[in-house]
Design a protein around this ligand. Sequence first.
Ligand code: ADP
Ligand code: MG
Length: 556
Amino acid sequence: MRRLEELFPFLASLEGRPYPFYKDLKGTWRGEGFDLRFVHVQGDPFATPSVVEVRYPARALEKLRVYRHPTGKVAVGDFLLRALKARFRHLPFFGGSGHSGRVFVEVESPKVLRRAGAHLGQEALYLRFRVGLPASGRRILGKEAERLFRALVEHLRGFLWELDGRALVSQVQQVEDFAYLQESLPQRGLVAFVGDGAILPRESGVSQKPLRGAVPFQSPPSLRVSFRVPHKGEVVGMGLPQGLTLITGGGFHGKTTLLEALVHGVYPHIPGDGREWVVAHALAQRVQSEDGRSVKGVDLRPFVHDLPLGQNTSFFSTEDASGSTSLAAAILEALELGARVLLLDEDTSATNLLVRDARMQALVQRETLTPLLDRVQDFKARGVSLILVVGGVGDYLDLADTVLLLEEYRPREATLEAKAIAQAHPTGRAFGEPRYPLAVASRAPLPESFDPRRGRKARVKGRGLRELVYGEEVVDLSALDLFENAQVRALGAWFQRLWRQADGKTPLRKLVEAVLGGVEDLFSLEEAPEVAEVRPLELGAAVNRLRGLEVRRVEE
Ligand code: ADP
Ligand code: MG
C-alpha cells in the first residue's frame, strides 16, 4: 500500500515517459482523510479516461446518515455525485492531448437514480469518477499530472466537510416523500398524482430545465386529493383514479406535456425541478407506435388476427412492424412484463389500433384489427389502467372513468359533461365481443440471442439515448423512456448478464427481474461509474427490440 503523499512525486517522475507507465498507478494510495484508488488506467490520452475511486472511512458517513428509507440512501448517493460534479467545475484548466486533465462525473438528468458512481457501505463511502491522465501525444505530462492530482486531492479533502447539509437533507426528504406517495397510490385507488404548483413544461425539447413563466399546475377540485407524507406533511394535488383516464383539450393546451410529466414521474426528481410532486405508479409505462421495429414471437391475436392468406398471428414475428402491429406488440409486451398503467398519446399511436368508427365498421367486414377501444373492459378486468391523450377520437368518451379537459394548461374534470355528450351524440358503433381474449403469452428468450460476439467483435456501448450498440447490432431504443446515457449503458451491462442467465425456459419477465434483482448495488459492477438504474420494464422493452432475439413460448 502506497501513501497518498507519494503519489505527487511519483506522477512528476513520469514526466516524458511513454503513456503505459501510467499503468503503475493502479491500486490504492492511502491518505489521511481518505484513500485514492486507480481502478482502471486508460491506454492513451484519447481513450476513455481512467477510473479513480475515493474511499472515505466510516466516520465520514455520520453526516450522511440522514435517511430512513432505502430510497433515501439512493438520494444521498445521487446528491454526492451531483455535488462532486459541481465541485470539480472549479478545477483549473490542464493542458495536453485528448482528454488530458479533464475530470468527469456524469449525472445527466434531474432524476434521482441509483448510480454506480456512489456507494455507501457499512464501513466506508466510495465515489468513482473519471480522470484523463495528461499527456502530450504519447508522452506523459508528469508535472501536469501532479498539478492535477494536487488540485483534485485538495477538493476531495474538503468535499464532505463543506457539503451543503441542508440541501442534502432536503433532497433525501424529497425522495423519501416521493417513495411514500408512490407506494401509497394503489391503496388509494390511484395511478398518478400531480401536486398543486408543479411546473410541468420544460424550457425546450432538448432541455430538462423547467420552463420559466409556465402556468403552475392546479388540481381540479373534484379530483383533488391530499397525502400526508413523512417529511413535508400534507401535500395536495390531483389524483388520477384507476381505470380509463382521458386527457383531452384543444391543440397546444398542454395535453402531451401532462402525459410526458407522468412518464417522468415514475422516478423522483431533485428539489427545484418543478416535477418533485409528480408521481406515477411505479409500473406505469408509455407505449407507442414504432414503424419498422422488430417483433419476436408475440401472440398478437388480442389486437391483430385473421390476416389474409391464413397468416397466423399467435406467434408473430416481423423485422418491419407497421404502426398498428408495433403498437399492438408494445401493449402486449408491456402486459407480459407486468406493467399496471399504460400511457398513450393519440399523436404517437396508430389510429386504426385506437378505434374503428361506425362507418368503417359498416364498410369493412373482414377486419383484422381489434382496436384498443374494444378492449377497454378487458384492461379494467385485468386491473390495468390506461391514460390516454385524445384530441380527435371522441369514441372513448363512453368508456372513460375520468375525463380531464385542459384549457390553457389548466385541467378541469369533464367526466359528467363527456358522458352527457356521449349520450346526446351516440357514435352508432357496435361494441362487439372481440374474437380473441386478452390473453398474454409468456416467452422465454434463448441465450444465443444475447451473444454479442455474433458477427465478430463483442462491442457493447451506448450511442446517445436512442441506440445501444450490441455486437453487430444496433438496438433502437427511441421508443423507450430513458433519461440518461448511464441507463443505456446499464442496458448493455444487463444484456450481457441475460446472456449468462437465459436458459430458454425462464420467461422474459422472470429473467429481467432476476438479473436486476441479482445485483445488490450497481457499484458492484466493475464496468464503469456511469451506470444508472433501469426498471425491469425498460430492460424487457430493450430485449424486445433486439433483432437477434429468439424466443420460445412457455407456460407459467
Ligand atoms: P398539446 O399536446 O395539447 O397539443 P403540448 O403539451 O404539446 O400541447 O403543449 C403545447 C405547448 O405549450 C408546449 O410548447 C408546452 O411547452 C407549452 N406548455 C405546456 N404546459 C404549459 C404550462 N403549464 N405553462 C406554459 N406553457 C405550457
Ligand atoms: Mg400533443
